[in-house]
Design a protein around this ligand. Structure first.
Ligand code: FES
Length: 103
């Protein structure tokens, strides 16, 4: 099991998830407010998450399709990723993320 930290409104919750699951899988299991309406097929970007700055470079770079989806988001940041594309591995133990601010 891999430790993943989710920060919201100044509080951080720690979850444990099996490796090879995605952040979207974690959100479904733990009721984190990520919609993920396309189920992870990179067709909706409703799984937009913000990766903590310390972890951005430790993740595999987004593929072209993910970059394109992210570039369409009005609240895109340098640390934006699609939660359905972040596959948890043992190397990501301690990964920290949050959700974009509500507009
Ligand atoms: S769930 Fe649709 S793009 Fe991630």
């Amino acid at each position: 099991m891999v430790k993943v930290l989710y920060s919201q409104n100044g509080t951080t919750k720690t979850f444990r998830i099996e490796s090879n699951k995605t952040i979207l899988d974690l959100s479904k299991k733990e009721n984190i407010a990520i919609e993920g309406s396309c189920g992870g097929s990179m067709a909706c970007s409703t799984c937009h998450i913000i990766i903590h700055k310390d972890w951005v470079k430790k993740l595999p770079a987004p593929c072209i399709d993910e970059k394109e989806m992210l570039s369409l988001l009005p609240d895109y940041t340098e640390n934006s990723r699609l939660g359905c594309q972040i596959v948890i591995t043992n190397q990501l133990d301690g990964l920290q993320f949050s959700l974009p601010k509500e507009t």
